[in-house]
Design a protein around this ligand. Structure first.
Ligand SMILES: Cc1cc2nc3c(=O)[nH]c(=O)nc-3n(C[C@H](O)[C@H](O)[C@H](O)COP(=O)(O)OP(=O)(O)OC[C@H]3O[C@@H](n4cnc5c(N)ncnc54)[C@H](O)[C@@H]3O)c2cc1C
Ligand code: SF4
Ligand code: SF4
Length: 423
């Protein structure tokens, strides 16, 4: 625990009551292998005391901790009750019978990890579509819709930039995504596509070295946990400000649907390059779809097509505790599940999201979402895994109720009925 080194420097200083220190986050989340590398703790720290360890991609203390407790309070794997940020579900217009359950902010730990029972709808949804960009960028993951929305927002002057992910410039790190603030159309297009590693994205909200206007307006694209961090910081203001990080500048949030993310070295280097002999310089696309890891080379050859369970050891352990597959607190959620290949499933959740999609309309093909039920099934799976993870924390001998891969196959297939066992 590096934080303890700095703590030693404070020896002799009497500790005021009621403090929560960084090293408590370090012990309970980071060293416990539960950190999902969202960067919220970095962004929330009012004294800029938390940085990113570039070797591990984990938070580290870089200055004295004041014990203000904010890093713990806002951490999705720490004190944050992220499910309390979810607006109540709304029935989808084309599926009025979808069950709707208004969220409870119960003190029950079951809610903390599962966000409530499965089958409670898609969250707040004002519009839902299958969408494809008219001019789909080369590197786009699915319909290229995230990039199209950002391009339209920037062209209209609605945003000055967007926190997205681009390839690491380090040749030793092929296919590693790193967070970046894109301020031009070219930078947005170059950042299209998915990286299956977390980027500590919210640390990128430190705008001190940029020449953005004094009152910048930004979009953030992130996994649902990253959007949880933004939403929490915006919804629950605290005195002392956010240091160098401009949480107030974020006017649009786009969540990428997500059941799990991976450790870069474990997935790309150890599993794909070293164990399976992949030439990462020839890779054109990495995808996790229908319960399988699929890697395609530039010449169209499928280099890997294996059950995702084979890569479970490379996944971030903290993702097993996550129940927010659908990115419920975002303005817009986007994913591949629920739509056919090269289209994206889009859930518009707020007025800001609706306006952003409206801006991009001229650049998009829109049609009815192919299979909204597939989204519900995968959401239910995600919550059940989170629930089971909690049960195993309480009772380490509790059996897994179904193999993970079997679940994914059952829930992600758009043409198969889910297999659900009673709890
Ligand atoms: C870790 C991860 C897991 C996912 N799991 C699922 C899933 O289980 N089911 C599903 O339906 N969809 C999942 N997705 C979403 C899917 O891969 C696509 O990102 C989504 O469909 C949008 O595609 P698009 O073509 O519209 O976006 P594009 O136009 O290609 O734009 C994608 C945007 O996302 C940004 N981005 C890429 N990687 C990251 C990252 N790691 N962190 C933050 N921003 C990033 C890019 O910079 C770009 O701005 C996942 C994405 C990620 C990153
Ligand atoms: S999960 Fe996020 S907020 Fe928590 S320690 Fe990791 S980076 Fe920080
Ligand atoms: S599964 Fe959840 S915790 Fe893990 S990266 Fe995705 S949104 Fe974050």
């Amino acid at each position: 625990m590096k934080g303890f080194g700095i703590r030693n420097e404070m020896n002799g200083v009497e500790e005021p009551p009621g403090k929560t220190w960084f090293w408590e986050l370090e012990a309970g989340v980071i060293d416990a292998d539960r950190c999902i590398q969202c960067g919220t703790c970095v962004a929330v720290c009012p004294s800029n005391s938390i940085g990113v360890d570039l070797e591990t991609n984990l938070p580290e203390l870089v200055k004295l901790c004041t014990g203000c407790s904010l890093c713990w309070d806002y951490c999705p794997r720490g004190g944050l009750r992220y499910e309390s940020l979810w607006p109540p579900s709304t029935p989808a217009p084309d599926a009025p019978d979808t069950p709707v359950v208004v969220k409870s902010d119960s003190a029950d730990p079951y809610w903390k990890l599962t966000g409530g029972p499965p089958a409670d709808g898609l969250g707040a949804v004002v519009e839902q579509y299958a969408v494809r960009a008219g001019a789909r960028p080369d590197g786009a993951q699915d319909g290229g819709i995230v990039t199209a929305i950002l391009l339209a927002a920037m062209a209209a002057g609605d945003i000055d930039g967007a926190v997205v992910s681009k390839p690491s410039p380090d040749p030793e790190e092929p296919w590693k995504g790193i967070a970046t603030l894109a301020t031009t159309a070219k930078e947005l297009i170059d950042a299209a596509g998915s990286f299956y590693n977390q980027t500590m994205a919210l640390a990128e909200l430190d705008l001190s070295g940029t020449d953005l206007p004094a009152r910048p307006r930004l979009a953030v694209v992130g996994t649902p946990c990253e959007i949880q961090g933004i939403r929490a910081m915006q919804a629950r203001r605290w005195s002392g400000g956010t240091g160098a990080h401009r949480v107030d500048a974020v006017v649009l949030t786009i969540a990428l649907l997500c059941t799990k993310s991976f450790d870069y070295e474990a997935l790309m280097l150890r599993e794909l390059r070293d164990k399976r002999g992949l030439d990462l310089d020839r890779v054109a696309k990495v995808d996790v779809i229908h319960g399988r890891m699929i890697v395609e080379y530039i010449d169209g050859q499928v280099a890997v097509d294996e059950p995702i369970k084979d890569f479970h050891g490379a996944a971030l352990k903290g993702c097993d505790e996550c129940a927010d597959f659908l990115g419920r607190s975002a303005d817009i959620s986007v994913g591949s599940v629920g739509s056919i290949r090269n289209w994206s499933s889009v859930l518009v959740r707020t007025e800001a999201g609706r306006l952003a999609l409206e801006r991009a309309r001229g650049r998009l093909d829109l049609r009815t979402l192919d299979d909204p039920a597939a989204l519900l099934r995968l959401d239910a799976l995600d919550k059940r895994i989170a629930e089971r993870t909690l049960q195993r924390k309480l009772d380490p001998d509790a059996p897994l109720f179904m193999e993970y891969a079997e679940h994914v196959a059952n829930y992600q297939g758009t043409d198969r009925a889910p297999v659900v066992r009673d709890r």
